[in-house]
Design a protein around this ligand. Sequence first.
Ligand code: GLU
Length: 452
Amino acid sequence: MSTTVRFAPSPTGKIHIGNARTALLNWLYAKATGGRFILRFDDTDTERSREEYVEAIRADLEWLGIEPDMEVRQSDRLEMYDAAAERLKAEGKLYPAYETADELEKKRKRQRARRLPPLYDRAALDLGDDERAALEAEGRKPHWRFLLERAQVRWEDGVRGEQMIDTAAMSDPVLIRADGSYLYTLTSIVDDIDLGVTHVIRGEDHVANTGIQYEIFRALGAEPPTFAHHNLLVDADGNALSKRLGSLSIEGLREAGFEPQAVAALALLIGTSLPVEPVRDLAALAGSFDLSVISRSPARFDPAELDGLNARLLHEMTFDDIAPRLQAAGIDTDEALWAAVSSNLSRFEDIATWQQIVADGTPPLDEGLELSEDDRAYLAQAADALPPEPWDGETWKAWTQDLKVQTGRKGRGLFLPLRVALTGRASGPEMAALLPLIGSSSTAARLRERAC
Ligand code: GLU
């Protein structure tokens, strides 16, 4: 049997690295099993769903390298939900309830005061036809609750192994709001059945939901798919990332200049038994991926790891890999510059800065940097000692060795003033590689300008 998975965001906001993890795990599972990946927009909440988020989510997935095989929107499928609801109503599994939010809150307060769990008491099931009619005559509209079996639901989870949820410990869930709109708890199942979803891979915050949804699948006459609940992202202290996820939106990471492959590799690989390393072609991981690689313990997200992965990814790119990007970005750089600076880049766009530093005149000094009078005298001496052309990768060494003998300077005192004068910065790529790119006349001009 071929597999079908889905990623089902609600378009009520932008997706973040945690959502990307769910999407990527599903996508890779489809790749690993030769199955299909469906993008489903859970947009029945018309108050909060926005078209701009639909578009943003599509763009973010594309940036991450995910191409859905199919896209559906719940707002296009209302007739199917109506039919399912009618079926459940006819079988007495979906019942009308009339309590207002205030009335429900009061009930819960009373239960808590008596140290009882705050579960819905099913009072609506005891209403007679007359009472219902009277409530409706008052202008009340019913919401509809699913009658739980109050039983132990068990399943073999694709990640967590054997699971049990006792639906006796839960309130009958509302599947249709008083305004007639559907809740995702029902619509998701109708879609999963209709679309032939074989594996529901989602975050472990949905485990309790799965107990309920199992019962709804069966009430609709369908066998539930395989559920696999993956671990959630936590920060270095083990706290849920949810509060900070805003800053970790995919759009935010893109705008911060990260490579999509670095973001995707980290989102996918943390919290698995696979090594967290830069991956140029994520689909190539399909061969070593199955659900058992996902660990049960939390996935620890460390922003520094993203920086490191990004830098490694850039470092490993050849000039041929990067040339189209450079061209698209209008950065006029040749292979020699890429070779000199790529191992030092933390973001792609930094190449433009180094291109300018090399090609333009004397670069301004970074904030906080200064050259002492002594240093300036040294720069004048250094300009006089510049070796004749042609320059190559050995020139820097020959020049600084000569300066060492002439001035008695060594270490930082020997090298740093030269680096600062020539690049405006206290750190960066190897000077031995930069020097021939800056070239003899520009080097001499920079040293002389900084010398006085
Ligand atoms: N729209 C739901 C969510 O974003 C989907 C959950 C699921 O995958 O079933 O939480």
